[in-house]
Design a protein around this ligand. Structure first.
Ligand code: ACM
Length: 267
C-alpha cells in the first residue's frame, strides 16, 4: 500500500493557508494514505481562546471538513491530519481521518502535553482512532501519547497493522521509542512530525522533525531530517505486521499470556 507523510511548518494561526497546503499535498502525493502533523491546520501554540475559536473546526458540520472530504474523494487518497476540534463548545487536540469512500472519524489526544492542559479537554475516545482501509487496520495517536506504552499495546492488541502518529515533537527520544514500539509489537509505525519554531510571549518551542516510517523488524523505511519540509511516500507491505512470530518457539501474542495472571483479550 502506498503510504506517506508530509513534514512541514504549518502557518501559525492561518487555517485557510494550511488547509490549502493539505489539499495540494494530498493531490501531489499520489498515495493511498497521507499523514500530516499534529495541529497541522493551526500551528501549535495557543495564545488565547480567541485563537482556538478562529482556528478550530467541527466534524462533520464545517466548511473545513467539507473541503477535506472533497479533496479525499477527488484524489482517492485517504488523509489523516491533526487539527483543533470544536465540539459542544469544548476544544480538543484531535486527529481526523477521511477515507475515499467518505468514511471518517476523529481521535482526541488523551495525553495532553504541558500547557495544552490549559486549552484543551483531554481525549475521551481511544477507539475512534482505529479504522480499516484497503484490508488493513490503522490506529491513530497524537504526539505525547507516545510516552504511554499502554496505549501502543492497546492498539496492538486491537490488531492494528500500523500506528499513525501525528506529532509536534519537542522531546528528543520519541523517534527512537517509536522504533522500539515497532519491534516489540511487530507493527509498522509512521510518525509525521513538524519542523520549525514557534514563540508566544516568553514561550519558545523548537520542533524536531525526523518524521519516519518503521517496519515491524525495526527497519527505517523512510526518515526525514530535522529541518526540511518533505513529502515521502513509500510502497509498504503491511502484511508483514500480521506475523507475530519471532522464531518457531516465540509468538508475542502467545508469550504475553504467560506474564498476565488474568486473561487478556487480544484482537
Ligand atoms: C506534544 O505532545 N505536542 C509535545
Amino acid at each position: 500500500m502506498k503510504i506517506g507523510f508530509f513534514q512541514f511548518k504549518p502557518y501559525h494561526g492561518d487555517k485557510e493557508k494550511n488547509l490549502e497546503i493539505i489539499k495540494e499535498i494530498t493531490k501531489k502525493s499520489k498515495s493511498e494514505l497521507i499523514v500530516f502533523p499534529e495541529l497541522a491546520t493551526s500551528g501549535y501554540l495557543v495564545p488565547d481562546k480567541n485563537f482556538l475559536e478562529k482556528n478550530s473546526f467541527s466534524v462533520p458540520e464545517s466548511k473545513e471538513f467539507e473541503v477535506l472530504l472533497k479533496t479525499v474523494k477527488e484524489t482517492r487518497t485517504g488523509l489523516v491530519t491533526g487539527f483543533p476540534e470544536k465540539n459542544n463548545g469544548k476544544f480538543y487536540n484531535s486527529a481526523l481521518y477521511i477515507l475515499p469512500d467518505g468514511k471518517y472519524g476523529v481521535y482526541r489526544k488523551i495525553h495532553l502535553f504541558y500547557k495544552e492542559k490549559l486549552h484543551f479537554e483531554k481525549g475521551n475516545n481511544p477507539l475512534d482512532g482505529i479504522f480499516e482501509y484497503n484490508g488493513f487496520k490503522f490506529g491513530i495517536i497524537v504526539c505525547f501519547d507516545w510516552f504511554f506504552p499502554e496505549q501502543i499495546r492497546y492498539l496492538t492488541f486491537k490488531g492494528v497493522n500500523m500506528i499513525l502518529h501525528c506529532a509536534n515533537l519537542v522531546l528528543p527520544w520519541s523517534q527512537r521509542a517509536m522504533r522500539i514500539y515497532s519491534v516489540i509489537n511487530r507493527i509498522f509505525t509512521l510518525t509525521c512530525n513538524r519542523i520549525g519554531e514557534e514563540s508566544c510571549g516568553n514561550e519558545k518551542y523548537i520542533f524536531t522533525g525526523k518524521s519516519q516510517i518503521v517496519s515491524p523488524s525495526g527497519k527505517i523505511i523512510a526518515r526525514a531530517n530535522s529541518n526540511n519540509e518533505i513529502l515521502r511516500v513509500k510502497e509498504i507491505n503491511l502484511k508483514e505486521s500480521e506475523d507475530k512470530n519471532i522464531n518457531e518457539y516465540n509468538n508475542i501474542f502467545e508469550d504475553i499470556k504467560n506474564f498476565f495472571p488474568y486473561n487478556i483479550k487480544i484482537l
